[in-house]
Design a protein around this ligand. Structure first.
Ligand code: P6P
Length: 350
């Protein structure tokens, strides 16, 4: 609400040097939307709480009761780690009864996750990868939670698959939690990308990285070079360009953790490109390994909000109309110049 004509929505500059919790920041951002009901704010609060609860487990993942797989396989045919299951359940149980969501979907579930019949539905849709990179849990490598929030498309009743298969360009909010040397929550509601670091001693996320912008000068390229023989000619030549082999650009360093959230987060802060191209080694990955709906689209939203870009190598990720919940697509995400260069090589050589 404007007072004497001046906006009362704090500017990012006004946070300088102040102690700002994520709750305060989210609430301040809501002021930019006079018609806001507070539902989206509350969903973000719930994601924050889920992050704190999951973080409390990941820091103890080495203990017997958590370590190791739950002995089951998820829809991807991947062994479900106990922590995957736990994270999935935490996010579901924090959101199933609030009356803010019409439907959910998760990497860990083959179909959509309906809101239980005895709970009310609401105007939003939550899609999430509860613990991406979970194969790294037992070796203590950073892992992460990825989420995307949309408005529902259907107008009444319980949410449907149609509500979950929306273009990334219609994302209302998206972000990730990285459980690393510190736990950080990075998100955007379309007003820039902001990072918050958890102080575990008091259980609060504090604004630590306001208005993250991908640095103009990239430092790293991130790809699993072990699969190079299975790439297209364009991707092979792009990789050689990144390595400076054609002497037209300085070589970038290779940094690949094998955990999307960790690789993406580092490149967001340092500049670089992460890519997981289509490869011919595995029929399931003939269109790439990463899932469009709850991995590529949210990361593409964040990258663009931070001044970067995200493409399949031929199309803007946020323009893609998903056809299936666990649909995989190739992804090149990071500095705009590096993503565009990938498109040039692919267009010319593939
Ligand atoms: P690869 C983790 O399983 C994941 O989905 C991403 O987090 C990660 O970037 C990628 O797969 C690693 O895949 O084939 O290099 O082990």
């Amino acid at each position: 609400m404007a007072v004497n004509g001046a906006s009362t929505v704090p500017t990012l500059r006004s946070y300088a040097g102040k102690i700002v919790t994520i709750e305060r920041f989210i609430l301040d951002q809501q002021q930019s939307y006079p018609d806001a009901t507070g539902a989206l704010t509350s969903i973000l609060y719930d994601i924050c709480l889920a992050a704190k609860i999951i973080a409390s487990k990941t820091t103890r993942a080495g203990l017997a009761d958590i370590l190791g797989s739950a002995g089951k396989e998820n829809v991807q045919g991947e062994t479900v780690q106990k922590l995957d299951e736990y994270a999935d359940q935490i996010i579901f149980k924090l959101n199933d009864h609030t009356g803010r969501l019409a439907v959910m979907a998760s990497e860990e579930h083959e179909g959509i996750i309906p809101i239980p019949a005895h709970f009310p539905v609401g105007p939003y849709v939550l899609l999430y990868d509860p613990l991406d990179g979970s194969s790294n849990i037992d070796v203590n490598v950073s892992i992460g939670t990825i989420f995307a929030i949309y408005r529902r498309k259907t107008v009444e009743g319980r949410g449907t698959l149609e509500d979950c298969l929306q273009k990334g360009g219609d994302i209302v909010a998206a972000g990730y939690v990285i459980y690393g040397s510190s736990t950080m929550l990075v998100y955007s509601t379309g007003q820039g990308v902001h990072g918050f670091t958890l102080d575990p001693t008091i259980g609060e996320f504090f604004l630590s990285h306001p208005n993250i912008r991908i640095p103009d000068k990239p430092k790293f390229y991130s790809v699993n070079q072990g699969y190079e023989q299975f790439w297209s000619e364009g991707v092979k030549r792009y990789t050689e360009w990144l390595q400076g082999k054609d002497k037209t650009a300085k070589p970038l360093s290779l940094r690949y953790i094998g955990s999307l959230v960790a690789d993406f987060h580092r490149n967001l802060l340092t500049g670089g490109v992460y890519y997981y191209p289509a490869d011919s080694k595995d029929p399931d990955q003939s269109t790439g390994k990463l899932r469009l709906v709850y991995e590529c689209a949210p990361m593409a939203f964040l990258a663009e909000q931070a001044g970067g870009a995200a493409s399949t190598g031929t199309e803007r990720i946020l323009d893609l109309q998903p056809s299936a919940l666990h649909q995989r697509v190739p992804i090149f995400v990071g500095n705009t110049g590096l993503v565009e260069k990938a498109q040039e090589f692919i267009k010319e050589l593939d």
